[in-house]
Design a protein around this ligand. Structure first.
Ligand code: ZN
Length: 180
């Protein structure tokens, strides 16, 4: 499995990663949730399926970080129906992302199969804990555990250490030492 930290002895390989910045209004402290474009489930047929990610507070990590997003089968079916109905908004969105609709359709079918087989709840992508709380990615809200007031103060792209990893269909890292 490719691991940038092994391939690059200098370590510290940087790449643009999506982020959401959360500021605690009382202290002014900021925590970042970082997305990675290189997280995949390795499925039983040995194909890869990109990991949908959700901004979370992880009680085990005790910080804001990134967790799995487990879409409902209903939502995935609705997404597939929009695609099959040639929904304009859906097709425009794919065109914007330069995604081929048929490729996207095949991925959706694989995601629906994966989701139907998935047993366990969503996990923290860094520590595999299921003690996670999904948090909003915009606006002000109360911290789900401490109740502190939080505000999403920034979002976009940032240069950060690259993180490339594979997970089992249940969301466990295949290389437990590669936890981002
Ligand atoms: Zn965690």
């Amino acid at each position: 499995m490719p691991d940038k930290r092994q391939h690059d002895p200098a370590g510290d390989q940087q790449m643009g990663r999506g982020f959401v910045a959360y500021t605690f209004l009382e202290s002014g402290r900021t925590e970042l949730a970082l997305y990675s474009a290189f997280l995949n489930y390795r499925l039983a047929d040995d194909t890869l399926l990109w990991v949908l990610q959700d901004t979370i507070y992880c009680a085990a990590c005790q910080r804001i970080t990134m967790g799995e997003k487990l879409p409902s089968l209903e939502d995935l079916a609705a997404e597939l129906k929009l695609l099959d109905d040639h929904d304009t908004f859906t097709l425009e969105g794919l065109a914007f992302l330069e995604r081929d609709p048929e490729e996207h359709r095949q991925e959706l079918l694989r995601r629906i199969k994966w989701r139907g087989d998935r047993q366990s709840p969503a996990k923290c992508l860094h520590c595999s804990s299921t003690e996670i709380h999904s948090i909003p990615s915009r606006g002000e809200f109360d911290h789900p555990v401490t109740g502190q007031r939080l505000d999403v103060t920034d979002e976009g792209w940032i240069d950060a250490a690259s993180w490339e990893a594979e997970f089992s269909p249940e969301g466990f890292p295949l290389d437990p030492t590669n936890i981002g």
